[in-house]
Write a new protein. Structure first.
Length: 143
């Protein structure tokens, strides 16, 4: 399980140090893809296989299912963690998530998320203001 928030920087070659606590659960290689809310999602290989099965089960005849599957898979890449604990993030993913220098790496249960620090702070402030309302809407999920 992934949890926590870590501040890191992307260097000018698009490399990011993955927090050590996350590396042990991600493994030597993991899948990185476009996430929701303009961040990147990182999945351990075993978790990615489960996501892949769920997406493959979506009906091909539904336009939204096709669009979401394209969005998710076309951005996916396998990342290898080097000896310094870094990954190379492809330019297309750097651009999508607006990762230029400062970023935030989050643990979110079964995945990590990589955010531009500015986008994360903006998102956090907006969500914090409505957190009580969001929590109230989650009552039906037995949380």
């Amino acid at each position: 399980m992934f949890m926590g928030e870590y501040q890191h920087n992307v260097d000018n070659k698009g490399r990011l140090i993955v927090p050590a606590k996350f590396r042990e659960h991600l493994g030597e290689t993991f899948v990185l893809t476009r996430g929701l809310d303009q961040c990147l999602f990182g999945y351990p290989s075993s978790e990615w296989a489960q996501v892949e099965e769920k997406l493959k089960a979506l009906p091909l005849t539904k336009k939204d299912a096709r669009a979401f599957t394209r969005f998710f898979f076309s951005g996916a890449t396998e990342c290898e963690v080097d000896k310094q604990g870094r990954i190379n993030i492809p330019g297309s993913l750097l651009g999508y998530a607006q990762l230029e220098k400062e970023c935030v790496v989050l643990g979110v249960s079964n995945r990590i998320e990589i955010w531009s620090k500015a986008l994360w702070e903006e998102y956090f402030v907006e969500s914090e203001e409505s957190f009580a309302e969001i929590a109230e809407n989650m009552i039906g999920f037995d949380i």
